[in-house]
Design a protein around this ligand. Structure first.
Ligand code: SF4
Ligand code: SF4
Length: 449
């Protein structure tokens, strides 16, 4: 068949896709049962094998990159559950990012959508000061009765249902992140094992600043001195997943320069989504002659907080005394896909949770399957995200756990949404693993910020 690259998107795809990765796929289909969108629909184009075949067909010029093709690329959660299932080691996560990057180059968004994307990806996420301002504004909205006024006015009805639901589970925001609360250096307790840097995240430090604070204190208890470089920026994960690869690279270069100066042994992440992006900086910048070596240095030092504690820390004694619980407390865990499939860390958080006294850990069925959060997937693809979440909550409920723990802010919000949807019937509480562990370090006074 004649190769037709008359459509400019086909040419861009051919230029951006790693063609070797496309041809590495031997179409065995081992990845199909692992894929949430395939399991939901049973459709080949909604599977990793199907999407790879579509990418190749378009890159080869034998298929037009029409709207249906672009929709298929957007339906993918980017959860990378297909990667560990693949005997040919196809780097599917990289392929889908390359495909979305090419699509974005030719995207014809509406004027409002162009404005929203520009504001979010360029105007807010890369800028710490603007994020702090956003945190303060959101906190004012939440605290000073504005939220009640907005809800009472019926204004929320202008928004789609899934956004109205999400507004209800947004945690308390703050403009005072971890550096403002603890300073840029936090000493180890007792003999220092290593000096490590905290990657504080962008949204994480606005909506989950308490988890950042608890991460620092937990690691200090375990013998690490924490450095929190003030000039660090967003990891670029949301940019990379949304076809904004050049912006993701620019953010990566800033982080490389900042962390190189910090004199540290490890760069610690407490958010699976950020960690998987940071660990991928060497691939992201492998073509950059100035930064590729430094990117390799950086990526080799990135580690998740649970993995650092298990592999290198002086384990604190985790008791349940702070919770004043006389009965054993039951917990379960939802893997962060990017922590599991990107950072290859799934045992360490479980090992830590099982060390807490008076705690009974119950493995949830299909804990390794995506919850439907997937960056901003639950905003852009609410129907599929909702179906996946409903299945997840069935499994979570069947554990009858008091706490549902996870290791990524997006998963945490999605799980909260799932619990909220069940209304008063659910007494399950959703927490970050770090917060749960920190609350259970013997001396309860440490939990006071
Ligand atoms: S990344 Fe997730 S949703 Fe996308 S093809 Fe792979 S398993 Fe399926
Ligand atoms: S498991 Fe790997 S090689 Fe097999 S179809 Fe899926 S992506 Fe292709």
């Amino acid at each position: 068949m004649a190769i037709d690259h008359s459509n400019p998107l086909s040419t861009t795809l051919l230029g951006k896709l790693d063609y070797d990765q496309l041809t590495n796929c031997m179409r065995c289909g081992f990845c199909l049962p692992a894929c949430p969108t395939f399991r939901e629909t049973g459709l080949e184009p909604e599977s990793p094998r199907g999407r790879i075949a579509l990418m190749k067909a378009v890159a080869d010029g034998i298929m037009d990159p029409d709207q249906a093709f672009q929709d298929q690329m957007n339906h993918c959660l980017g959860c990378r559950a297909c990667e560990p299932a693949c005997p040919a080691d196809v780097k599917y996560g990289q392929l889908i990012e390359q495909a979305r990057d090419a699509i974005e180059d030719h995207a014809d968004h509406s004027v409002p959508m162009t404005g929203i994307r520009k504001l979010f990806f360029k105007g807010i996420l890369p800028h710490r000061r603007r994020l702090k301002w956003l945190g303060r504004s959101l906190a004012a909205y939440q605290k000073f009765g504005l939220r009640h006024m907005v809800r009472g006015s019926g204004m929320m009805r202008l928004f789609p249902k899934h956004l109205r639901e999400m507004e209800k589970i947004i945690p308390d925001a703050t403009g005072r992140g971890v550096v403002e609360r603890l300073g840029a250096v936090y000493p180890a307790k007792g003999e220092m094992i290593a000096r490590v840097a905290l990657f504080r995240g962008c949204i994480m430090d606005v909506l989950f600043a308490e988890t950042n604070v608890n991460t620092v204190k937990l690691l200090a208890e375990a013998g690490f001195e924490l450095v929190i470089p003030k000039e660090q920026v967003c990891c670029g994960a949301l940019h990379a997943h949304s076809g904004e690869m050049e912006l993701a690279r620019a953010l990566a270069r800033t982080n490389l320069a900042v962390f190189r100066e910090a004199g540290i042994e490890y760069i610690v992440s407490n958010a699976g989504g950020c960690g998987a992006q940071l660990v991928d900086y060497d691939h992201l910048l492998h073509d950059d002659p100035k930064y590729s070596e430094l990117a390799g240095w950086f990526a080799s030092r990135v580690i998740d907080v649970s993995q650092l504690l298990v592999d290198h820390g002086r384990m604190p004694s985790f008791a349940d005394s702070c919770a004043n619980a006389s009965e054993p407390v039951t917990i379960t865990y939802q893997d962060s896909c990017h922590l599991r499939n990107g950072m290859k860390s799934s045992n360490a958080p479980r090992q830590l949770m099982k060390q807490v006294a008076n705690v009974s850990f119950i493995e949830m069925k299909e804990a390794d399957r995506c919850c439907g959060s997937a960056g901003i997937y639950n905003v852009t693809e609410p129907e599929m995200a909702g179906r996946i979440l409903d299945h997840k909550m069935e499994h979570a409920n069947s554990t009858k756990a008091r706490y549902l723990l996870t290791s990524n802010p997006g998963c945490l919000l999605q799980m909260k949404l799932g619990v909220r949807k069940q209304g008063a019937n659910s007494h399950m509480e959703v927490k970050h693993v770090v917060d749960f562990l920190f609350e259970r370090i013997g001396d309860c006074s440490k939990t006071k910020a």
